[in-house]
Design a protein around this ligand. Structure first.
Ligand code: AMP
Length: 506
């Protein structure tokens, strides 16, 4: 009997005494421990009534138990369904109705408030795990046998459902198969040269694809080690860096490390790789990081639905402001968003991808699935971009962030890049809001350096001979920081809502 993804992980580990996870509190989980624990969790799932194909919804703080439970789900043939810890009970009710999990795992503190919500929607059991990995589920697993006969699961069977962040409309459950995850883990291990000697600094949340799959699965595929931190803390990262070889992070990790005086060439001397993704890394951050440390951050591009699609090269130029080349086995094309016709190299359009990494569709949502897949199997990512003459992919923003003003398309990134070059500017976000004359007005939110005297007219004047008139922001708003979600993505929907009446008000 074999569970496709789990069987591959086990087959790849030749020395089970090696460390899989180590925590700052000194806890160490070897690969042998991991396999035994996955068996205990799988037995516990069965005892709680979780059958093959059932969903296990998990809304808990990060702890190694999340990963042990994930592997338990794989062995038991259950579908792992992580939920952002920020979701409110009202949001949870939607996920429960949509996913109909057999088991809900939550924080012990939330159990009283949430148990009825889950059981009223058909959940058979509600168990707990806290930020130290303790709770009723852990207790049950500790008492269970490590021996478990794995459920038979093939490459196309579902391993996980991850709900998209859903900044417009309801979030949708992306169905990821065992082979979606396994193929991407194998690819990233090879592309980024991970071996069993690697030690990864893991400070990402475990409810999102980046920390849960990109980081963890690559480590599992290599039989390597993770230093598992509860959250990103620059002091802690720099303390552990001399023991690590790699880090995967969101752009804000790098911005915050650059603010730390401890980030030096010496402090990073033991590291071989810094990876960034989930949101655009400013070229300025890339440059500042390489000047300070000598390391060129490797930027890559992926999404919940597709795992990783493109990456800057391990050897060769890691170009700031680009996301590199399509990964092996991933087909990528840029098309006209309206007609779907392929565009010439260098033209901006919709990015579409196809490959073993691309998900199986949206859970119980065949209409949305049909709308976002082309007949030849390409998935419409919703990201706008282009491929340059060297083959590097550039992302210019989400399709829904495109500003249409006076009938012209304005790609926010082009305007942001010009604003970011101005002295005194830290970063900017360009978005569109309703405008009585133009349909939408190009609007810029700008963060400036403390003490700099950048004004709205000064920015507008500086852009006057750099951008076509229709691309120039009609208004510039100054903010102490841009609104961001936990993965560091700028929330343009928040800006659009906040300034919806900017032009209406005169
Ligand atoms: P998520 O599903 O939360 O991982 O979000 C995926 C989206 O994040 C993509 O569709 C892109 O819009 C964005 N994204 C991820 N990586 C990058 C990157 N390196 N540069 C720009 N945008 C990115």
């Amino acid at each position: 009997m074999a569970s496709h993804l789990y069987a591959q992980i086990v087959a790849g580990i030749d020395d089970t005494s090696r460390t899989f996870i180590e925590t700052p509190t000194g806890r160490r989980i070897s690969y042998a421990d991991l396999f035994a624990e996955a068996g205990r969790f799988a037995n516990t799932l069965r005892d709680l009534g979780v059958e093959v194909g059932d969903r296990v919804a998990v809304q808990v703080e990060k702890s190694p138990e999340v990963i042990l439970l994930l592997l338990g789900c794989l062995r038991a043939g259950a579908i792992f369904l992580p939920l952002n810890t920020a979701y409110t009970p009202a949001e949870l009710a939607y996920f429960m109705e949509d996913a109909e999990p057999a088991l809900f795992v939550c924080d012990p503190k939330a159990r009283d408030a949430l148990a009825a919500l889950a059981t009223e929607r058909g959940c058979k059991a509600v168990e707990t795990l806290d930020s130290a990995g303790a709770g009723t589920l852990r207790e049950k697993a500790s008492a269970a046998s490590p021996d478990f006969a794995d459920a038979e699961r093939g490459p196309d069977d579902l391993a996980a459902i991850l709900y998209t962040s859903g900044t417009t409309g309801r979030s949708k459950g992306a169905m990821l198969s065992h082979e979606n995850l396994a193929s991407n883990a194998r690819t990233l291990r090879e592309y980024w040269r991970f071996t069993k000697d690697d030690v990864l600094l893991h400070a990402l949340p475990t409810f999102h694809t980046h920390g849960l799959f990109t980081a963890t699965n690559t480590i599992l595929a290599a039989g390597a080690t993770m230093l598992f931190l509860p959250k990103f803390d620059p002091d802690e990262i720099l303390r552990l860096m001399p023991r690590a070889t790699a880090m995967m992070g969101v752009p804000t990790f790098y911005v915050r490390l650059l603010q730390h005086p401890g980030l030096t060439r010496e402090a990073t001397a033991h590291m071989r790789l810094f990876v960034s993704g989930s949101a655009p890394l400013l070229a300025e951050t890339h440059t500042a990081f390489s000047e300070r440390t000598g390391h060129a951050i490797l930027e890559r591009y992926g999404m919940t639905e597709t795992n990783m699609n493109t990456s800057n090269p391990y050897e060769g130029d890691r170009l700031p402001g680009t996301v590199g080349f399509p990964l092996p086995e991933v087909d990528l094309r840029v098309v006209d968003p309206e007609t779907g016709a392929a565009l010439a190299q260098g033209e901006i359009g919709m990015i579409e991808v196809r490959g073993p990494n691309v998900f199986k569709g949206y859970w119980r949502n065949p209409e949305k699935t049909a709308a976002e897949f082309r007949e030849d199997g390409f998935f419409v990512t919703g990201d706008l971009g282009k491929v340059d003459d060297r083959g590097y992919v550039h992302i210019v923003g989400r399709g829904k962030d495109l500003v249409i003003t006076g009938g012209y398309n304005v790609y926010p990134k082009e305007v942001e890049t010009e604003i970011d070059l101005l002295p005194g500017v830290v970063e900017s976000a360009v978005f569109g809001v309703a405008h009585p004359d133009f349909g939408e007005g190009v609007t810029a939110a700008v963060v400036t350096r403390p003490g700099s005297e950048v004004s709205e007219p000064a920015i507008q004047a500086a852009l006057a001979d750099r951008l076509a008139r229709y691309k120039q922001p009609k208004r510039v708003i100054f903010l102490p920081e841009l609104p961001r979600n936990t993965m560091g993505k700028v929330q343009k929907n928040v800006l659009r809502e906040r300034y919806a009446d900017l032009y209406a008000a005169g």
